[in-house]
Design a protein around this ligand. Structure first.
Ligand SMILES: [Ca+2]
Ligand SMILES: [Ca+2]
Length: 87
């Protein structure tokens, strides 16, 4: 179990940088969805991307249920990446 946690932390660090650099959204989604409920909450998004804006999050939440599913997350990731590329 300890080994698994260690691996998970290493994986998270990798995916954290992947989030910043942009990569397969499915891969990033699984990392960002900390509690594994297949939705990314605002707090989960902020845990990985502290500077993500509520606007980016809300715009991506197309069904307005307050959570991002995998498709919505891909939209949010794109917006976040675009905002970063502009900086
Ligand atoms: Ca979640
Ligand atoms: Ca949603």
């Amino acid at each position: 179990m300890k080994k698994l946690i260690f691996l998970a932390i290493g994986f998270t660090a990798l995916a954290g940088s992947a989030f910043a650099q942009g990569t397969n959204p499915v891969y990033v989604f699984k990392d960002v969805d900390i509690d594994g409920d297949n939705y990314v909450s605002m707090s989960e998004a902020q845990a990985r991307a502290p500077d993500i804006t509520l606007g980016q999050y809300m715009n991506a939440d197309s069904d307005k249920d307050g959570n991002l599913n995998q498709d919505e997350f891909a939209v949010a990731l794109k917006a976040y990446m675009a905002a970063h590329a502009a900086m």
